[in-house]
Design a protein around this ligand. Structure first.
Ligand SMILES: [Mg+2]
Length: 324
């Protein structure tokens, strides 16, 4: 790594100044950067799992609601959460930044946010790219290893549906920001500093879950993704959804960017799995529904919620990257 930094220093220029600054911030979380490409050793007894995720100012975040550190951390969480949903362990991350002039002074804090989340996840930054641009953007490519990769396509009729954590916080925080209010502390924390559930995903994958997805678009939307991919119907019991303090099931159903895990497991293992999970991670795992054979109706039916609320949920429908 030392010789790599030296190589970049000799290259000179403003882009290299920025790279040197980032490498100094990342310290030992950045490994082997400076060649034309990163060299990775493939795992011998596992599959490689790779995902890429772009986070663009004015599309995915606003800089008046989040600090630069939080913007970096959330981008890393979004990318790593996709590995968690596959039951993969984080290994390597590539960081591509597009930086307008007015973001140059904030770049160090963004990098610190990225580096801290990657470090906590047990991963390493192995390469990347910085380019000047009109728009600030962070694109992360996350590479992991999974002994038993879990797809979103594996749900079977008779399975039970679980979700990790407590839902609704990010949506409620976003709602407060949008109305010009300051969200309560725990809502803001859930929105600004989400955690990728990597250890949890790997643990669940090793214990026979049949399908998994991370909640990025909202519980309702992501249950629908899982149900469609598995060609099944899911019946959710709204009264069982773990909602944050003072939040309603409708709010929890529509709240995106939770980065909790949603999945299915055979009914026979459900109760033992939930109890062992809560002991292992000090995080709730809640059974919120059941998988049924597809009848051609909507992929998700929600029970236990008032009709007018149900209508609101349909309208909210979760976050759509191309319209929201
Ligand atoms: Mg995902």
């Amino acid at each position: 790594v030392t010789s790599t930094v030296l190589h970049l220093a000799m290259a000179g220029g403003r882009e290299f100044d920025a790279i040197r600054e980032l490498l100094a911030i990342w310290g030992d979380v950045a490994v082997g950067i400076g060649d034309d490409a990163a060299v990775l050793v493939p795992p011998t007894d596992a599959s490689l799992v790779v995902s890429t995720d772009a986070c663009i100012e004015h599309v995915h975040f606003r800089s008046d609601w989040l600090t630069p550190y939080e913007i970096g951390g959330r981008a890393a969480t979004a990318a790593l959460s996709d590995l968690a949903a596959m039951g993969a362990r984080a290994q390597s991350v590539l960081v591509s930044l597009t930086v307008p002039q007015d973001w140059r002074a904030r770049l160090g804090e963004v990098a610190r946010g990225i580096g801290d989340v990657v470090r906590m996840a047990g991963g390493r930054i192995v390469g990347g790219n910085i380019s000047r641009s009109q728009t600030f953007g962070i694109t992360l490519t996350a590479i992991g290893a999974a002994v038993q990769p879990v797809s979103r396509r594996g749900a079977q009729p008779g399975d039970m549906v679980f979700v990790t954590g407590v839902l609704g916080g990010p949506g409620a925080a976003l709602d407060a920001f949008t109305r010009g209010h300051t969200p309560a502390d725990w809502l803001r924390t859930r929105f600004a500093s989400p955690v990728p559930r990597l250890a949890e995903g790997e643990w669940l994958a090793a214990r026979g879950v049949t399908a998994m997805i991370d909640i990025s678009d909202g519980l309702h939307a992501d249950v629908a993704h899982l149900a469609r991919a598995s060609d099944v119907e899911v019946v959710l019991d709204a009264t069982r959804i773990p909602c944050g303090l003072s939040l309603t099931p409708a709010e929890a159903l529509a709240s995106g960017e939770e980065y909790e895990l949603l999945g299915t497991a055979p009914a026979g293992v459900a109760s033992a799995l939930g109890e062992a999970f809560a002991r292992e991670f000090a995080l709730p795992l809640t059974w919120i529904g059941a998988v049924e054979a597809r009848t051609g109706a909507a992929p998700v039916r929600i029970t236990g919620i008032a009709a007018e609320r149900d209508a609101r949920v349909e309208i909210a429908g979760g976050h759509d990257h191309f319209t929201g």
